[in-house]
Design a protein around this ligand. Structure first.
Ligand code: TXA
Ligand code: MG
Length: 343
């Protein structure tokens, strides 16, 4: 398939380029484009044939539902039913932004989009390019992360080119995603609010608005591949670079000792800033234990870079699983296939 490259500046939002993207989507095509969390691979959410192209391009299992992106609250009623008051309060506080709410779906959502579930995940992204495309096309856009299934998500146009060139109709070339990890997925379709995937909006921030939220077991632990987990995406090997990743929980000194004891030419470290000075292996330093948001922002690019350099083993220093650190922990523990060492 011929993949068109369409540069769009998020400040000027060139109208002719937005039109081209909108036309491809209205014609049933698929386009990789930026959002504030990660790049997404978008199609008309109400066009089953278009949505199936996303699954094919990514190599995504058909039982993993897609998030539907909207630009106006009026679109919400068309896509979801029995919208609870908590959803309205959360939308008011966190939309547009990195929050996805799982709600009961309206009949217009095809099974291809919701993977046969009676629910649909809906998010209003804040990225100007994504918003302009939704508005221009008038379409709700189904968009998973724009990576090959199983690989780390994409936070730059180059990552999308690496994974999807030749497999999609177009790639929008724009800046890097600011949040760096995918949206928080919260189910409001059951008896009690349930956090299915931690992300840019923290559990603590959500609870400040609607009170206690249950943590799905897949957030911290391993989901049973045989079970029907609440967020099907959490059960797959995920965010996995080619290198073996081991996650290390413990103070800086112990972490450095451990990494140095395992040093070798194909070994790399993913550490907090300042820790690299005490390490005898190549290190990528991101954020601090107090500011895991900076680790989130560069996380997927770092995992992809290790593969580019032929690294075989990565020792990743793990943030505490709270605030945005919970999202980083959740992605890293999957990249590490649950290989966690406590020092
Ligand atoms: O930030 C994001 O959410 C990005 C950008 C592009 O918006 N999208 C994204 O989509 O991360 P994806 O498909 O890579 O991850 C969606 C996650 C999966 O774990 C999926 O199982 C879950 O959300 N999900 C989607 N719809 C659901 C539903 N109806 N019920 C339960 N989980 C759902
Ligand atoms: Mg994904």
């Amino acid at each position: 398939m011929e993949t068109r490259m369409i540069p769009i500046d998020e400040h000027t939002l060139q109208a002719d380029a937005i039109d081209r993207v909108s036309d491809i989507l209205k014609g049933g095509g698929i386009v990789a484009l930026p959002t504030e969390t990660v790049y997404g691979l978008a199609a008309d959410a109400l066009n089953a044939e278009a949505v199936l192209k996303i699954f094919a391009a990514k190599g995504r299992p058909a039982d993993n539902p897609l998030i539907v992106h909207i630009a106006e609250l009026s679109m919400l009623q068309r896509l979801a039913r029995e919208i609870p008051p908590q959803a309205c309060r959360l939308a008011e506080r966190f939309w547009p932004g990195p929050l996805t709410m799982v709600l009961k779906k309206q009949g217009c959502i095809p099974d291809a989009t919701s993977a046969g579930l009676e629910t649909v995940g809906i998010r209003m992204p804040s990225h100007p390019v994504m918003r302009a495309v939704i508005r221009r096309s008038g379409l709700p856009l189904a968009a998973p992360s724009a990576n090959r299934s199983g690989s780390p998500s994409t936070t730059s146009a180059q990552h999308c080119i690496d994974d999807l060139y030749g497999r999609v109709d177009a790639i929008v070339v724009s800046g890097e995603s600011a949040v760096g990890v995918e949206s928080t997925v919260l189910s409001l379709a059951g008896e009690r609010p349930r956090l299915l995937r931690p992300g840019g909006v923290t559990r603590e921030e959500l609870e400040a608005v609607i009170g206690p939220i249950e943590l799905d077991e897949a957030v911290l632990g391993r989901a049973d591949p045989e079970s029907r987990v609440s967020a099907p995406g959490m059960k797959y090997r995920h965010y996995a670079p080619k290198a073996r990743v081991q996650l290390i929980l413990g103070p800086a000194g112990r972490y450095q000792e451990y990494v140095n004891a395992h040093a070798g030419p194909d070994v790399a470290a993913l550490c907090f800033r300042g820790e690299e000075q005490g390490l005898s292996v190549a290190a990528t330093a991101l954020g601090t234990p107090e500011n895991p948001a900076q680790m989130a922002q560069g996380l997927f690019a770092a995992l992809r870079d290790f593969d580019g350099k032929g690294v075989q083993t990565v020792y990743a220093h793990c943030p505490a699983p709270e605030g945005v650190g919970l999202a980083v922990y959740n992605r890293l523990i999957r990249a590490a296939a649950f290989d966690l060492v406590k020092l």
